[in-house]
Design a protein around this ligand. Structure first.
Ligand code: ADP
Length: 612
C-alpha cells in the first residue's frame, strides 16, 4: 500500500523471526475467533432453540470459555511481539542516530540546529514506535483473519459472503484516499515539531546571550510563533483523523446492517436457513469489519510514523552525501580532532596514529607548508565573498591574520582548517589538496583554540585528556596543565583535577577555558595550530601565561592566529591583511607598515587601545 523506506526494510529484515511469529499468532487468532463464534452459536441454538438442559451443554460452555481465554492470550501475544519489535527497532535507530552524530564529518557536525538534531534523536525515533507496535501486527492480522472469516461465511451462507466481499473494499479504498491526504500533513507536522524543538533548545542554550543583548523578548515571540505553527499542524492532522474514524464507522455500520437485513429476510420471510447459521454469520460479520476498521486506525498511525522515520533516514542520507574531507575508502572516519567538539573513540584513534601519510611522502605530523591556491568562498550567493589569491605559508611559520571585524579572518581560518569548503581553489598541505587527506588523520594534527572552547560535563582532568585521543596518564595530564599555566587553577579547585566542570559542574572563566584548550593541545602536540586570539581583555597575568604557553606550543608547529594583540602581530613571521573578504597584502609588520596605509592606520588605532 505504501513504499517502504529502506530504513524500515532494514529494521524488518533484522526481525524476521518475530514477523513469522506474528503470522503464526494471527493465524491462530483467526481460528480462535471463528471457533468462538461457532461455539457461541451452537450454545445459543441448544439452550434457546432446542431448550436443552444446562448440564447437557456444560461441556460446550466450558470449551467456549477456554477458546475465549486462548483468544485473549493470542491478542496479548500479538501486541507483545509488536512492542518487542518496536523496542528493538527504536534501540537500533537511536544507536544509528548517535553513531551518525559522533561519526559524521566535521563540517556536517557543525551544520544545522543542535535542537533539531536532539528532536530527531528523541522524538522522531519515538514516533517510529507505532509503525512496529501497531501498524505491522494489525496489517498482518488484516491479511489473514478476514480471509479466514470470509471463507467460513461463504461456506455457511454465500449471500452474506458476497455482501461482505463487495462492501469490504470500500474500507481500504477510503483509507488510501485519507492516507494520501495525511501523508504530507504528517511530514509537515514533523518538520514543525523539529523546528519548534530546535528553536526552543537553541534559545535555552543561548539564554544568557539573548538576555545580554536584549533579544529575549523577540526570541520569546519566535518560540510562540513556532509553537502555534506546531499546534496548527497537529490540529489539522487530528481533524483528518476524526473525520476518518467517523466515515469508517459509518461504512462499517451500514455494511453490518445490510448483512443483518439479508439474514433476517432469509430466516423469517423465505425460511431458507437455520437459526444456527444465521446467528453464526451475524457473529462473524462484526468481527470481520472491526478487523478492517482497526487496520484503518493502524494505517493512520503508520503514516505518521513514516513521516518521522523518513526524517531519520534523511539525516543518515546527509552523511553519505558528504565528502568534504573524508577519504572515500574511510567512510567511518572519526572527525574529532578539534578540541571543542571532540567525542572520540580512543582505540580507533590509537590505531590511526602514524597513518596520516598519504603515500609515504606527505607526513602531516611535521609542521606542514600550506598553500592557499586562489581560494574563493561565499556563504550564500550574493553574500560576503572571500578571495585569497595564491599564498604560500612555510613550515613552522607563525602567521597572523589581521583585518577589521567582519573582514573574513575567521572564515579564512575555517577554510584552512577544512571546516568550510572553498567554492573554487584549494588548500594544499605539503603540496597535496586538503580534500585528499583523511578527515580524522588531518584533525589529529590540528589544534583549533577558539575564543570559547567547549567544556564537557566531566572532571577537569577528563576535559584535558580529551585532547590526546589516547589513554593518557595522570602525570601527562598534570604536565599539560602545567605547560598551559593551569596548575595553579587546578590547585585552587575543591577537588583539584577531579573537580566537575562544564554543565552541572563548576564554571570556568574565559581565560581558564582557553588555557584548558591549550592544555589539550599540549597533550596532542599538533603540527598545525589555529588560534583565535581573545578580543576581550584578559588580566595581564593570564595573558602572559597564555602568550608563553602558546609560544612553547608553536615551537614545533605551523601556527595561524587571528590576531588582535599588537604583540602577536609584531612578532608574526608573516601577516595576512584582510579587507572586506580580500587578502590584500602579506608581509612582515615593518613591510606592511611602510607600504600599506590601511595597515598603518589599523595599527595606529590598535596602539591607541582600539580593537581590530
Ligand atoms: P572576522 O573574523 O574578520 O570578524 P568573519 O570571517 O567572521 O569575519 O565574517 C566575514 C563575513 O562573513 C561577515 O560579513 C559575516 O557576517 C559573514 N559570515 C560569517 N559567518 C557566516 C555564516 N555562518 N553564514 C553566513 N555568513 C557568515
Amino acid at each position: 500500500m505504501k513504499r517502504k523506506t529502506s530504513l524500515i526494510s532494514q529494521q524488518m529484515s533484522g526481525q524476521r523471526k518475530r514477523l513469522v511469529l506474528l503470522i503464526v499468532i494471527s493465524l491462530a487468532l483467526g481460528i480462535a475467533i471463528v471457533s468462538q463464534a461457532t461455539l457461541l452459536a451452537e450454545a445459543v441454538q441448544r439452550i434457546f432453540v432446542e431448550k436443552a438442559s444446562l448440564s447437557s451443554v456444560a461441556m460446550l460452555l466450558g470449551s467456549l470459555l477456554a477458546v475465549m481465554v486462548v483468544r485473549t492470550g493470542l491478542s496479548y501475544g500479538n501486541g507483545k511481539v509488536g512492542l518487542l519489535m518496536a523496542s528493538s527497532a527504536k534501540t537500533n535507530m537511536r544507536a544509528g542516530v548517535l553513531q551518525h552524530l559522533t561519526h559524521a564529518s566535521m563540517s556536517s557536525t557543525l551544520r544545522g540546529q543542535t535542537g533539531g538534531k536532539v528532536s530527531i534523536a528523541l522524538d522522531a525515533v519515538d514516533e517510529a514506535d507505532s509503525y512496529f507496535s501497531l501498524y505491522m501486527p494489525r496489517m498482518i492480522e488484516a491479511a489473514i483473519i478476514p480471509i479466514l472469516i470470509l471463507v467460513v461465511t461463504f461456506m455457511q451462507h454465500a449471500n452474506s459472503g458476497f455482501i461482505m466481499l463487495f462492501t469490504a473494499p470500500f474500507i481500504p479504498l477510503f483509507m488510501i484516499l485519507v492516507g494520501l491526504k495525511t501523508k504530507n500533513k504528517s511530514e509537515e507536522k514533523y518538520a514543525q515539531l523539529a523546528e519548534f524543538s530546535g528553536t526552543f533548545l537553541d534559545s535555552l542554550q543561548g539564554l544568557v546571550t539573548l538576555k545580554i543583548f536584549g533579544r529575549a523578548h523577540r526570541q520569546q515571540k519566535k518560540i510562540e510563533r513556532s509553537s502555534l505553527d506546531y499546534r496548527d499542524a497537529t490540529m489539522s492532522i487530528l481533524r483528518i483523523a476524526f473525520t476518518n474514524t467517523f466515515m469508517l464507522e459509518s461504512i462499517v455500520m451500514l455494511s453490518i446492517g445490510i448483512v443483518a437485513l439479508e439474514l433476517a429476510i432469509q430466516l423469517l420471510v423465505f425460511k431458507s436457513m437455520s437459526f444456527h447459521t444465521a446467528f453464526l454469520v451475524l457473529l462473524l460479520v462484526p468481527e470481520f469489519y472491526s478487523l478492517l476498521k482497526n487496520t484503518g486506525t493502524a494505517f493512520h498511525s503508520g503514516r505518521t510514523s513514516m513521516g518521522a522515520i523518513r526524517k531519520v533516514e534523511q539525516m543518515f542520507g546527509e552523511t553519505s552525501g558528504e565528502s568534504t574531507l573524508t577519504d572515500e575508502k574511510e567512510e567511518d572516519g572519526t572527525s574529532d580532532g578539534i578540541e571543542e567538539i571532540v567525542s572520540m573513540d580512543r582505540i580507533e584513534r590509537e590505531n590511526r596514529i602514524g597513518t596520516f601519510q598519504m603515500d609515504g611522502s606527505n607526513d602531516i605530523s611535521v609542521p606542514p607548508s600550506i598553500l592557499l591556491n586562489d581560494l574563493r568562498f561565499r556563504y550564500a550567493p550574493e553574500s560576503f565573498k572571500l578571495e585569497t589569491g595564491r599564498i604560500q605559508l612555510n613550515p613552522g611559520e607563525h602567521i597572523a591574520i589581521v583585518g577589521k571585524s567582519g573582514s573574513g579572518k575567521t572564515t579564512l581560518l575555517h577554510l584552512i582548517a577544512g571546516l568550510l569548503k572553498p567554492e573554487s581553489g584549494e588548500v594544499l598541505i605539503h603540496g597535496q589538496p586538503l580534500s585528499k587527506y583523511d578527515e580524522a588523520a588531518w584533525f589529529e594534527q590540528v589544534s583549533y583554540i577558539t575564543q570559547h572552547p567547549y567544556i564537557f560535563a566531566g572532571t577537569f582532568a577528563e576535559n584535558i585528556a580529551i585532547g590526546a585521543g589516547r589513554n593518557v596518564s595522570r602525570t601527562e595530564i598534570e604536565q599539560a596543565a602545567e605547560d598551559a599555566g593551569l596548575a595553579e587553577v587546578a590547585s585552587q579547585l575543591e577537588l583539584g583535577f577531579d573537580t566537575l566542570v562544564g554543565e552541572g559542574g563548576r564554571g570556568l572563566s574565559g581565560g581558564e577555558k582557553q588555557r584548558l584548550a591549550l592544555a589539550r593541545a599540549f597533550l596532542k602536540q599538533p603540527a598545525i595550530i589555529l588560534f583565535d586570539e581573545p578580543t576581550v581583555g584578559l588580566d595581564l597575568h593570564t595573558e602572559q601565561i597564555l602568550q608563553r604557553s602558546i609560544a612553547t606550543l608553536a615551537e614545533t608547529a605551523t601556527m595561524i592566529t587571528v590576531a588582535h594583540r599588537l604583540y602577536t602581530i609584531q612578532h608574526a613571521d608573516r601577516i595576512l591583511f584582510m579587507d572586506q573578504g580580500l587578502l590584500v597584502d602579506t608581509g612582515r609588520h615593518e613591510e606592511l607598515l611602510s607600504r600599506l596605509p590601511q595597515y598603518a592606520e589599523m595599527i595606529d588605532v590598535q596602539r591607541r587601545g582600539g580593537l581590530a
